[in-house]
Design a protein around this ligand. Structure first.
Ligand code: ADE
Length: 235
């Protein structure tokens, strides 16, 4: 998979992609993440990429020209499955959308900044608009890192058995059950007996019970959904 990220603040993205799982996935050649600095497409020597919003008192908007140049150049080279714009007015990101993106070859993620990007770029190039939650960030970069992380960890070969994505919260519509590691007794708080039993079927039943319990308690909305017919594949 290849993920191109278009941003006017590339440094914001260096750390998330140069640590741990995301770094390893790139080193293994499973994913190529390329961050494009919008300032390289600036309209003048002042490196201008934004301007005042028409008809609004305050707020800057990323101009169409640098974005269009950058995006069009990339589109000439790669066939994108999705061109994603990170925006608080997009559809809320979830595990189903992450699963859907993880099956693609080429993704582009566009990060807005300040008040966002010129609407015409959305009309011309964007195929999917994603929000990471009902709050406003100062730009799309952190959201882009969230989306890329959730997608990359699903790619075959990225996670080892020990960190398998199959047992994640949300993957089966349930929150994950509690987990424990050594010691078996910590300050008098004991690991549930069944987890030490080595009895696989009993452990599985316990984990399912706890996952159901936790989901019912913390996310009754998800719990209800499990019993409803769900044919939505995240598209
Ligand atoms: N940019 C600003 N706020 C955002 C949000 N909530 N999700 C995605 N991108 C954003």
């Amino acid at each position: 998979m290849r993920i191109d990220i278009v941003t006017c603040l590339p440094k914001l993205l260096y750390s998330p992609f140069n640590q741990s799982i995301l770094h390893r996935a790139q080193k293994k050649g499973i994913v190529e993440v390329v961050v494009h600095d919008l300032r390289a497409y600036a309209i003048n020597k002042h490196q201008q990429v934004d301007d005042y919003a028409y008809g609004v008192g305050a707020g800057m908007v990323l101009m169409p020209e640098p974005l269009d140049k950058c995006i069009s150049g990339l589109k000439e080279e790669y066939d994108y499955d999705e061109i994603i714009y990170m925006t608080p007015d997009g559809e809320t990101f979830n595990q189903k959308i992450a699963n859907h993106f993880s099956l693609k070859n080429n993704l582009m993620i566009i990060c807005g900044h300040y008040k966002g990007i010129d609407e015409r770029i959305r009309a011309m190039h964007v195929t999917r608009e994603i929000s990471i939650g009902d709050y406003v960030l100062s730009g799309g970069e952190l959201g882009a890192a969230v989306v890329a992380d959730a997608v990359i960890r699903l790619l075959p070969g990225v996670l080892s058995d020990e960190t398998s994505a199959l047992t994640d919260s949300y993957q089966d519509g349930l929150l994950a059950p509690p987990v424990y590691t050594r010691p078996a007794d910590y300050k008098g708080l004991k690991v549930p007996e069944v987890l030490l039993s080595g009895h696989e079927a009993k452990i599985e039943a316990w984990r399912l019970e706890k996952a159901m319990e936790r989901t019912k308690q913390r996310r009754p909305d998800l719990y209800k959904k499990i019993f409803e017919d769900s044919s939505d594949d995240g598209k």
